[in-house]
Design a protein around this ligand. Structure first.
Ligand code: PMP
Length: 315
């Protein structure tokens, strides 16, 4: 091993190795056919506690294992095992800052042919520092000309590497046309989600978000936001949303591990509300920012302490 004192570690196919040694062959099945699934997890540094909290880590790994089932990947590990490996990796990297964790489970075979019934499954996990992924002062978004992938073609519910071409096409088109982000519609024209975020609108004080059957990735931040809304007494409805509804809503925001809670202030050049970040979005952002750093006593179970919690996996 050629690790240096400053080099980051990765978990790669069964061992902790320097990140520079975590490499796959160009022949790797997942590289050729997109036969991998992944997660994005954040861990937040709390300077007062001198602790790093991995946020909703177990829920992310439970989703990874569901994605693995869709791809017929058998890691022979539980969500708790995966939490433990991740905590160990963060400790090895001495991650005392806000960090993003990227686990990838993939078909590591070198054989040709797109299929899933191949018994060559691998896991890698790397970490990197990450602040805001999107501008949190209010995004200008457009409705994408790209349709969201359909469950019976390439399931959005599973976080599959190959299906992110759908996100990349939408996000690229949006950026090249001068927007910050895109909102994709389902094949039958209802609002699905952003390229890497779920969408929530605020309509006369009620949160409205598309149901899980609308070809969305069922977000863990989405679930977090709905739980925080319940705490704050904000009503929530899951129902189909039409495109043109977005032009008249009071508030609109994206939520996701990367995006956290990101306000959207215009859609197709129409201002959302009066173009300022709305009061419900503000309240939820404040509650979210407390919860992720372990400062919400009611939801401490969402935060797995990495350093003090050596050997302990949180729910
Ligand atoms: N939708 C898509 C397409 C995503 O990539 C993400 C990010 N994982 C989300 C929604 C939000 O999911 P989560 O809150 O679990 O990060």
């Amino acid at each position: 091993m050629a690790e240096t004192a400053n080099e980051t570690w990765a978990y790669f196919e069964g061992a902790f190795v320097p990140l520079s040694e975590a490499k796959v062959s160009v022949m790797t099945h997942a590289f050729n056919y997109g036969t991998g699934c992944f997660e994005g997890i954040r861990a937040y540094w709390n300077a007062d506690d001198g602790e790093l909290y991995a946020f909703q880590m177990k829920a992310h790994y439970e989703r990874l294992l569901r994605s693995c089932k869709t791809l017929m990947i058998d890691l022979k590990m539980s969500a708790d095992d995966l939490c433990e490996i991740t905590s160990e990796l963060l400790r090895r990297n001495d991650a005392r800052y806000d960090v993003y964790i990227r686990p990838l489970a993939y078909k590591s075979s070198l054989e040709l042919g797109p299929r899933l019934n191949i018994a060559a499954d691998a896991l890698t996990i790397y970490t990197r520092p990450l602040g805001n992924y999107l501008d949190d002062t209010g995004l200008s978004v457009c409705i994408s000309s790209w349709t969201r992938i359909d469950d019976n073609a390439a399931p959005a519910r599973a976080k599959i590497t190959g299906t992110y071409i759908n996100s990349a096409l939408a996000r690229t088109e949006a950026e090249l046309n001068g927007f910050d982000e895109a909102i994709m519609l389902t094949g039958d024209g209802h609002v699905a989600e952003g390229s890497a975020e779920n969408i929530v609108i605020v309509e006369r004080g009620t949160l409205v978000t598309p149901p899980t059957s609308e070809n969305i990735l069922v977000g863990i931040t989405r679930a977090t936001v709905l739980a925080l809304a319940a705490d704050l007494g904000i009503p929530v409805t899951e129902r189909r949303i039409d495109r043109s509804e977005l032009y008249g809503v009071d508030e609109l925001f994206f939520c996701g591990t990367g995006a956290q809670i990101t306000p959207v202030t215009s859609v197709d050049r129409r201002l959302v509300g009066d173009g300022a970040i709305g009061p419900v979005t503000h309240r939820l952002q404040a509650a979210f920012n407390r919860a992720v750093r372990g400062q919400d006593a009611m939801h401490r179970d969402w935060c797995a302490p990495v350093f003090a919690g050596a050997g302990v996996a949180a729910d």
